[in-house]
Unconditional design. Structure first.
Length: 88
């Protein structure tokens, strides 16, 4: 349970509670910092989330993508720049 929750994040968590049924969810963010912040907060709240963006090493991006594709981490945040190279 979060002690601090900004309105947008609260809405996202409420939406996740309604729609998550074991399927995968890709959330596009405007910034790399936003990706990391939202992913960190989701993980702190118990959601299996990872982020992918241009500041991550290629090895880390490959690992995050494989975890997402395999369903081990069904929530992935990504910048719109990262979206171009996902190959999904």
């Amino acid at each position: 349970m979060s002690i601090f929750c900004v309105p947008l994040l609260c809405r996202l968590i409420k939406l996740l509670e309604e729609i998550m049924d074991g399927s995968k969810l890709l959330i596009f963010m405007e910034t790399k910092k936003g990706c990391d912040q939202v992913t960190r907060q989701l993980r702190m709240d118990g959601w299996p989330a990872l982020s992918i963006h241009g500041d991550k090493s290629q090895a880390e991006r490959d690992w995050v993508l494989s975890e997402f594709k395999a369903g081990k981490s069904p929530i992935m945040t990504a910048t719109d720049v990262a979206a171009r190279g996902l190959g999904m």
